[in-house]
Design a protein around this ligand. Structure first.
Ligand code: MG
Ligand code: ZN
Length: 225
């Protein structure tokens, strides 16, 4: 019975919490020598996100850290209604996790105003001790995932067993699709919506977090607990 399960929300970052994709924006702005063929090979599926993102940041000097963070903080927009959605969840004790393929040195500063506990933010790490940026991968795929994700969203979701949790996913891209297949409820936009339609996976399209909050409220009205 779904009402005996505890709801938990897993939310993508780039293109979901933020209006656009930050890694793409960083590369297009700083244009490190040689990033374009790597980006193309990621997009064509020739190399994994893990391999490609690591290789692109390795083209950038560690000294550019602050400049990159400042750039992201200056240009990334937060999708409308995000703060209100978080408040709605807090008022109901519904846990919220960020599951992001982004990197800590821009994900964490962008999320700082929203007071999300740091152990609720899953993203990749970074090491600036060498001459060039090295991405670290603290959340790799478990034995059930062979996608070489980098930050594995399905591995995070599997740590919340389906017989105890109602797993709710919010995302925008193909990298969210494997996680979406594990979810009990999917809020989707952009490529994730297209993929769900293509494969007949039930989903709730959204463009703002206001719409998601409204859908939560509607469901509470339908299932008073
Ligand atoms: Mg995304
Ligand atoms: Zn994985």
């Amino acid at each position: 019975m779904s009402h005996s399960l505890k709801p938990v929300v897993f939310c993508d970052f780039d293109g979901t919490i933020t209006v656009s994709d930050n890694i793409v924006a960083i590369m297009k702005h700083f244009k490190p020598e040689g990033y374009e063929p790597i980006m193309e090979r990621i997009l064509s599926g020739e190399i994994s996100i893990h391999e490609g993102v690591g290789a692109m940041f390795a083209l950038m000097p560690s000294t550019s850290r602050q400049e990159i963070t400042d750039f992201v903080l200056g240009q990334a927009g937060i999708r409308e209604g995000f703060a209100e959605f978080l408040q709605h969840l807090r008022d109901r004790d519904i846990p919220f996790y960020v599951t992001s393929g982004g990197i800590d040195f821009f994900v964490e500063p962008l999320l700082a105003p929203f007071n999300i506990p740091s152990d609720h933010i899953f993203c990749n790490g970074s090491d600036f001790s060498g001459s060039n940026i090295r991405i670290t991968w603290p959340h790799p795929c478990d034995e059930h995932c062979a996608n070489d994700c980098g930050m594995c969203k399905t591995t995070v979701m599997r740590s919340f067993p389906a017989d105890q949790y109602e797993r709710i996913l919010i995302g925008d891209s193909l990298t969210d699709f494997e996680a979406a297949k594990l979810a009990d409820r999917i809020y989707s936009r952009s490529h994730l919506t297209e993929k769900c339609i293509e494969l007949g996976v039930p989903h709730i399209p959204f463009e703002t977090f206001i719409q998601i909050t409204e859908d939560f409220i509607r469901r509470e009205g339908a299932n008073p607990s």
